[in-house]
Ligand binder design. Structure first.
Ligand code: G4P
Length: 204
């Protein structure tokens, strides 16, 4: 297990409906030492890429992306969720559907902070159906920016997002890929990562 998988096994809680709660260390209370490790791990995984900016979406992505940006020594910009409409012109806009929350948000990034010279690393905490990433990809494309890669902390491998993004040809790195989880037993199965060879199932 890598450091993140170990932490998920130790402190994650499997909820009914295929929801993994990690709010004690990742997306409500944040373990800052772990954030630093995550930042360094993304730097390692994308070390061959020329990155000029890290991009994420509010809210949970922000803290993580900040640590990644620090490792690369570049600014971080986050897409804001917005209900307002009269913003086109100054802003890049994309629609993001949330499968989990059954709603739709407009997400916006100011044209001041993204342009054709940017080489982006896109970061988020969870990848489920990929709606958030698709929105960020759409914004990057409106800006004419180059997407060098996408980094996800926890991918839910049994939902479609990971396949969709990889099939589009992007370099997607997920620090932990959960292939299955069982709320009754607390069992969680991680997809093998390059530094591990066998699939591993753990009781949490
Ligand atoms: P998608 O972007 O990959 O399509 O995700 P989806 O619409 O299914 O998920 C909506 C929100 O729920 C996202 O956060 C996503 O991070 C989160 N989410 C999805 N599955 C899980 C899970 O198993 N555990 C936890 N803890 N979160 C999950 P969001 O609405 O954008 O919220 P936030 O970033 O403001 O917190």
């Amino acid at each position: 297990m890598n450091f993140l998988e170990e932490r998920i096994v130790k402190d994650g809680i499997v909820k009914p409906g295929n929801v993994l709660k990690v709010d004690s260390f990742l997306n409500h209370q944040m373990d800052i030492g772990l954030m630093e490790q995550i930042g360094k791990e993304f730097k390692r995984r994308f070390s061959d890429k020329h990155i000029t900016k890290v991009m994420t979406i509010e809210s949970s992505g922000i803290g993580i992306a900040a640590f990644v940006a620090k490792e690369f020594g570049v600014p971080m910009v986050f897409a804001k969720k917005s209900k307002s409409i009269n913003i086109e012109g100054e802003m890049y806009v994309a629609e993001v559907d949330s499968f989990t929350h059954k709603n739709r948000n407009q997400v916006i990034v100011s044209r001041k902070f993204l342009g054709p010279d940017d080489h982006l690393l896109i970061i988020d905490d969870f990848l489920a159906n990929g709606c958030a990433l698709q929105g960020l990809i759409s914004i990057a494309s409106s800006a004419g920016a180059t997407i060098e890669g996408l980094g996800i902390v926890i991918e839910k491998g049994f939902q479609i997002g990971g396949n969709v993004i990889r099939n589009l040809g992007y370099h997607l790195e997920s620090l932990a890929i959960v292939d299955a989880m069982d709320a009754e037993t607390g069992t969680i199965t991680f997809r093998p990562q390059p530094d591990r060879t066998a699939e591993a199932t753990y009781d949490i």
